[in-house]
Write a protein that binds this ligand. Structure first.
Ligand code: PRP
Ligand code: URA
Length: 209
């Protein structure tokens, strides 16, 4: 069964409070999302495997550690996932980036896929699906199904804020996927917004309404 990790590092929690605040404007919102994404990436990569490497320091020959194992692929869900990509790339600059374009129908809340472009070797990579919001779970569920259909095997999901409904959907549909969250909120409202949440992540990131 996939695990759910709430990354309750004080810096993440502090910055999330400002992200949630409706008085926070577009520029600051973007900067904070970028910073939290970087901090989350630090926590998520804690368990990456290492291997020994012999190097020569200016003083002696030494055994040191380098990353081993699968390379990383980042899969932001358009549009709001884009706001977290640069923050993660600051720590994993060589990661390849694929895009899944989905929007949520405002009436039915059902995700509609309109774009997909992925690295050719996704089956050999450790993929991190990125979206600030996991609400009903429909968008992330669809994106993960799309990736699996194309051969992906190792997938994690990273979101700023989730509702219990979304977490349950991913746990049920994708028990192999670990979920990393900045916060697990109370519930969804009747419009499918996370409560207390942060409002519409895409609109707040890009200044649209
Ligand atoms: C938001 C968000 C997620 C989705 C979450 O995207 O970024 O992708 O809603 O909701 P769900 O879990 O109920 O599917 P939105 O559809 O608003 O599109 P956008 O990123 O283009 O603004
Ligand atoms: N999408 C958002 O951007 N915010 C929510 O609260 C739910 C879905």
């Amino acid at each position: 069964m996939g695990n759910v990790f709430v990354l309750d590092h004080p810096l993440i929690q502090h910055k999330l409070t400002y992200i949630r605040n409706k008085e926070t404007g577009t520029k600051e919102f973007r900067e904070l999302v970028d910073e939290v994404a970087m901090l989350m990436a630090f926590e998520i990569t804690r368990n990456l495997p290492l291997q020994d490497k012999t190097i020569h320091t200016p003083v002696v020959e030494a055994q040191a550690k380098v990353l081993s194992g699968k390379k990383i692929g980042l899969i932001p869900i358009l549009r709001a996932g884009l706001g977290m990509v640069d923050g993660v790339l600051k720590l994993i600059p060589a990661a390849k980036v694929g895009h899944v374009g989905l929007y949520r129908d405002p009436e039915t809340f059902q995700p509609v896929e309109y774009y997909i472009k992925l690295p050719s070797d996704i089956n050999e990579r450790e993929l991190i699906v990125i979206d600030p919001m996991l609400a009903t779970g429909g968008s992330a569920n669809d994106a993960i199904h799309s990736l699996k259909k194309r051969g992906a095997e190792n997938i994690r999901l990273m979101c700023l804020i989730a509702a219990p409904e979304g977490v349950e959907m991913i746990k049920e549909e994708h028990p192999d996927v670990d979920i990393y969250l900045g916060a697990l909120d109370e519930k969804l409202d009747e419009k499918g917004y996370i409560v207390p949440g942060l409002g519409d992540a895409g609109d707040r990131l890009f200044g649209t309404k």
